[in-house]
Design a protein around this ligand. Structure first.
Ligand SMILES: CC(C)(COP(=O)(O)OP(=O)(O)OC[C@H]1O[C@@H](n2cnc3c(N)ncnc32)[C@H](O)[C@@H]1OP(=O)(O)O)[C@@H](O)C(=O)NCCC(=O)NCCS
Length: 185
């Protein structure tokens, strides 16, 4: 991909976390569930991806692609007929990427009981119509919770980069070993 990076002209240099907050509610229907009537994990990941993208769109005001969904906790099952509410906001903006946090709750429509069922972190990258990466506005954390998430997001990015470097190194070593094994004396 081209390394061209321009700041979208309609973007201010800084946006608040509040301006990125997004929410989606779904009713869980038979098509969303397994044969035991529990929400499929892949379907939940789809809802998480969509809600995360909403926050990234609101921050970047450009097209975005999902670069990573690197941490997801499925805390408890969601059942047929439950109301699923997903909330997202940008935790931190970097150069062309944004880390978004998504939290998910399920509501039993008969008892009104609400439970936290999942949380995830995703990274979105801003691109233009031609797929060129776009610089995004910086994010301004305003509350103690927003500041905590902002700082944690940097730690997660460092961890992601270290893990990616480790995987690349392991791949190089494995490939070199495979090549050596193929060269028979
Ligand atoms: C994500 C993508 C745009 C990155 O493009 P790239 O040319 O490899 O970009 P770079 O490696 O130079 O990184 C660009 C930015 O993305 C971030 N990034 C790239 N890969 C990442 C990953 N796996 N996890 C987290 N961040 C990532 C980089 O940290 C960098 O962020 P910064 O500009 O804020 O510092 C590209 O890999 C892509 O198009 N992937 C497919 C996306 C897609 O189709 N998603 C839907 C899948 S179902």
């Amino acid at each position: 991909m081209s390394s061209t990076q321009t700041l979208n002209q309609s973007n201010p240099p800084v946006r608040t976390v509040a301006s990125t907050q997004s929410e989606m509610t779904e009713i869980i229907l038979p098509n969303d569930t397994n044969i035991l009537g529990s929400l499929l994990g892949g379907r939940l990941m789809h809802f998480i991806d969509l809600t995360g993208a909403m926050a990234a769109y609101r921050h970047s005001r450009t097209h975005v692609v999902t670069a990573a969904m690197d941490h997801i906790d499925f805390i408890r099952p969601v059942h047929l007929g439950d109301l699923l509410t997903l909330k997202s906001s940008v935790n931190r903006a970097f150069s062309t990427s944004m880390e978004v946090g998504v939290k998910v709750w399920a509501e039993n429509t008969r008892t009104a009981a609400v439970a936290h069922v999942a949380s995830a972190y995703l990274v979105f990258v801003a691109i233009d119509q031609q797929g060129r990466r776009q610089q995004v506005p910086q994010l301004l954390p305003e509350t103690p919770n927003e500041l905590r998430r902002y700082e944690d997001a940097l730690r997660r990015r460092e961890h992601r980069e270290a893990e990616s470097a480790r995987r690349k190194e392991a791949h190089i070593v494995t490939t070199a070993q495979e090549v050596a094994a193929d060269i028979k004396p």
